[in-house]
Design a protein around this ligand. Structure first.
Ligand code: ZN
Length: 492
């Protein structure tokens, strides 16, 4: 057996364990009976320990080193696969096991405290936990190392190759114009309030319509399915097994539909990765900012477009006859309504990124020590008021609304906006191709999916996110295409 084959064998073994944990995790979120949670938590903890052992084993280190000697560096795919595997290996072995354990305990306590604090809207209950997680994040950053500032090391966890400075540069270019666009969009909606015709929109009809749309995007139901959960998500349980979830509102069918479009975008990416490479970077997604670009592209650029609804509105009306009481223009005004919401997950496309810019700035200040944990609520409310013109009524609608910090996920938030920027830049580049733009305007999405497969899905994690964007669009990642898209849709 060659060293490269040995690496593949060890990676497969680790993937068998971690994907088994994914199956149990999916079941936990969907169908697990109440009294089964205790044992399930033990199963997951045990598997996660096994998986960590296998993916940080000396055997894997030796095989990786031998394989890197063996590989031909001009074979970009194999070389990129092995170097990325080595980078991941080093990152996970730089943290001592005791620290990993401490991390998992801290965040499990923090999640509990956060949930209580949010319920009572009392930041003081969460503050000591945030302080502990922040200290631990600094400790991890020192062990991982970073080019410039400790926050870089946290960002690298979710967005390989990105730094605080590179993100800042793009976000700074985004901020001022975004504020103007968001304000104009909110004003436009306030002047022309719109509503959907009254429900009910029966759930069985929503399911049928959602499935039809997901199928038309290219989601393969022989390699995946859609289930129901309180919080929509997408997870991969193995090659050929991608699970999406959504939730239903009988008063508004667009809520589950847009959720399915979003998760189907994630799912198409996962289904487009090479099955044969499952468990190695070549068969794995590259970053959250690329993952989110796929969901936002299908949800916002395809699914919220006029072209989409010119084709699909009559079909929707077959499922939901009350839509005949409205027309395409009024329906689009409903899909494109904008308002300032205190809550990020309820935000619309026009105002969403303002929520992220705020979090990025605060996290950065926290990591630098320029902002004290105790001052987070005040800083949050001041920044929010400056961006949105309204002040959160309490911390539950302010700095306590998201679970990310409690999970130890500092550095995660920026990837949502990176995803939006990537989506716009990719979609703009794709639409330059004649067959793609013709297809998109006649509900034939296969040319678009084929292009995404080639440019984004097929390389897996063998290239850096910024290289994928550069190769696909011929430009450096920037905020230009996103601003242009928002301006067109929300101000013209
Ligand atoms: Zn997403």
């Amino acid at each position: 057996m060659s060293a490269i084959e040995k690496v593949a064998e060890l990676a497969t073994e680790a993937a068998l364990v971690s994907s088994s944990a994914s199956v149990l995790g999916w079941d936990q979120e969907t169908y697990l009976p109440e009294e089964a949670h205790g044992w399930r938590a033990r199963q997951l903890a045990w598997l996660s320990g096994r998986s960590h052992e296998l993916s940080t084993s000396p055997a894997l280190r030796d095989a990786l080193e031998a394989a890197l000697d063996e590989v031909d560096p001009s074979d970009q795919r194999s070389f990129g696969n092995l170097t990325e595997m080595k980078r991941r290996f080093e990152r996970s072995t730089k943290l001592p096991a005791a620290l990993v354990e401490k991390d998992s305990k801290l965040s499990s306590h923090a999640k509990h405290a956060w949930s209580e604090a949010r319920k009572k809207s009392d930041f003081k209950l969460f503050a000591p936990h945030l302080q502990a997680l922040l200290d631990l994040s600094r400790e991890k950053a020192e062990l991982w190392g970073y080019p410039d500032e400790a926050y870089d090391a946290l960002i690298e966890t979710y967005e390989r190759g990105a730094t605080t400075a590179s993100i800042s540069q793009v976000f700074d270019a985004l901020g001022p114009d975004l504020r103007l666009i968001a304000a104009a969009a909110v004003e436009r909606t306030a002047l022309n309030p719109v509503a959907l015709p009254d429900g009910p929109y029966p759930i069985e009809q929503q399911m049928a319509f959602n499935e039809e749309v997901a199928r038309s995007f290219g989601f393969d139901f022989n390699k995946g399915r859609i289930d129901t959960t309180a919080h929509p998500f997408c997870t991969t349980l193995g090659p050929g097994d991608v699970r999406l979830t959504t939730r239903y509102d009988e008063g508004d069918f667009t809520s589950s539909l847009l959720g399915v479009m979003h998760e189907a975008g994630h799912g198409l990416y996962e289904q487009g990765l090479r099955s044969a490479d499952f468990g190695t970077p070549a068969g794995d997604s590259v970053s959250l900012g690329i993952h989110e670009s796929q969901s936002r592209l299908w949800e916002n650029h395809v699914g919220r477009s006029r072209g989409f609804w010119e084709e699909w509105f009559p079909i929707a009306a077959d499922h939901f006859p009350q839509l005949r009481k409205t027309d395409l223009d009024r329906f689009l005004a409903f899909i494109h309504r904008a308002e300032f919401s205190f809550i990020r997950v309820e935000a619309d496309e026009a105002t969403y990124d303002l929520h992220i810019l705020l979090r990025f700035e605060l996290e950065r200040q926290l990591m630098r020590g320029d902002l004290k944990v105790a001052d987070v609520p005040t800083a949050w409310n001041e920044a929010f008021t400056e961006s949105f013109g309204v002040t959160p009524p309490d911390d539950a609608h302010g700095c306590l609304q998201d679970i990310h910090w409690a999970m130890g996920g500092l550095g995660y938030f920026p990837t949502y906006t990176i995803g939006n920027l990537n989506a716009a830049q990719l979609f703009k580049a794709a639409m330059q191709v004649d067959s793609i733009s013709k297809g998109v305007s006649s509900a034939d999405y296969s040319p678009l999916l084929k292009w995404l497969r080639k440019e984004i899905h097929d390389p897996g994690a063998t290239l850096e996110p910024s290289e994928l964007i550069r190769n696909a669009s011929g430009r450096e990642p920037s905020a230009d295409a996103h601003l242009q898209h928002l301006r067109q849709r929300y101000t013209e």
